[in-house]
Write a protein that binds this ligand. Structure first.
Ligand code: PXL
Length: 271
């Protein structure tokens, strides 16, 4: 059985972060070992929330799990509440990132041209450092611009320009970048899979709505599909279908509560 370490927060509402990692990867037959970075009553988009930090938890997981001789097939990282946790995450990745381990870094920093509440310039520098180690990164368009040092207030909407920005954000020739939630000129939604062999644009159904947690669900499902043997492009395509079906099945509600993806999990992946 494959095993993934998931470094992320646990939010009571928002259907994001560890809830996404644990439920999605478990439903794909993959063991998840959570490394909680903070516990929140709700994700930070809610008008009010309480956050309990777990500042040393990543380090303790590294120390204890190293003693246990633990090995991981994948390491996924998401929302990082404090920039001073990034070095611990890098140490964790160094300790467990073996030759065949997939290190997927979701550089969670913002969406829709806006940065999240925890964002600072040194957070960006830290995330750029973490990104350099990753096999796969899954920025949305806002995060891609931030990583590349471009202004996220003017999100690009054409494929060539996005490829140009991705080239700047890319850490190495062999790094794979999946740019999520790209809205093209004609209002179409797509994800872009950029890999050493080229780049593919994978179109999705789009109803114009955006919800909390879809980036986290995307990263978790992408990791699962990759570990289950899919090529990058097939993994992106299956993952994009999972997200768009989840959005279609979501009742019209406050975006902060996330999407009803559980109904997709109930149907299963082996269809
Ligand atoms: O979905 C990204 C995310 C994860 N975790 C927390 C967040 C957000 C986005 O706002 O606030 C706590």
């Amino acid at each position: 059985m494959k095993r993934v370490a998931a470094i992320n927060d646990l939010s009571g509402f928002g259907k994001c972060s560890l809830i996404a990692d644990i439920s999605v990867l478990s439903s794909m037959g993959i063991e998840v070992c959570p490394v909680p970075t903070a516990v929140l009553t709700a994700q930070t988009g809610f008008p009010s929330y309480y956050q309990q930090d777990l500042k040393d938890m990543v380090e303790h997981c590294r120390i204890e799990w190293s003693r246990m001789g633990t090995k991981f097939d994948g390491i996924i990282t998401g929302y990082i509440p404090h920039e001073n946790q990034i070095d611990q995450i890098i140490d964790f990745a160094n300790a467990f990132n073996q030759k065949n381990t997939v290190l997927l870094v979701d550089p969670v920093m913002g969406d829709g041209g806006q940065c999240y509440a925890n964002y600072t310039d040194s957070m960006r520098l830290g995330i750029q450092k973490l990104v350099r180690k990753a096999d796969v990164i899954t920025p949305n368009l806002t995060e891609l611009c931030i990583l590349a040092g471009e202004d996220p207030n003017e999100l690009p909407n054409n494929v060539d320009r996005i490829l140009e920005i991705a080239k700047k954000a890319k850490a190495s020739e062999k790094q794979k970048i999946v740019v999520t939630g790209v809205i093209l000129e004609k209002g179409e939604l797509c994800n872009m899979a950029i890999h050493p062999g080229g780049a593919e644009v994978i179109h999705s159904k789009y109803n114009g709505l955006s919800y909390s947690g879809t980036g986290d669900l995307f990263a978790a499902a992408l990791m699962g599909n990759l570990l289950n043997g899919e090529t990058l492009v097939d993994a992106v395509s299956k993952t994009a279908d999972f997200i768009s079906e989840s959005i279609v099945n979501t009742e019209d509600k406050d975006r902060n509560y996330g999407v009803d993806y559980e109904l997709q999990l109930k149907k299963g992946w082996e269809r």
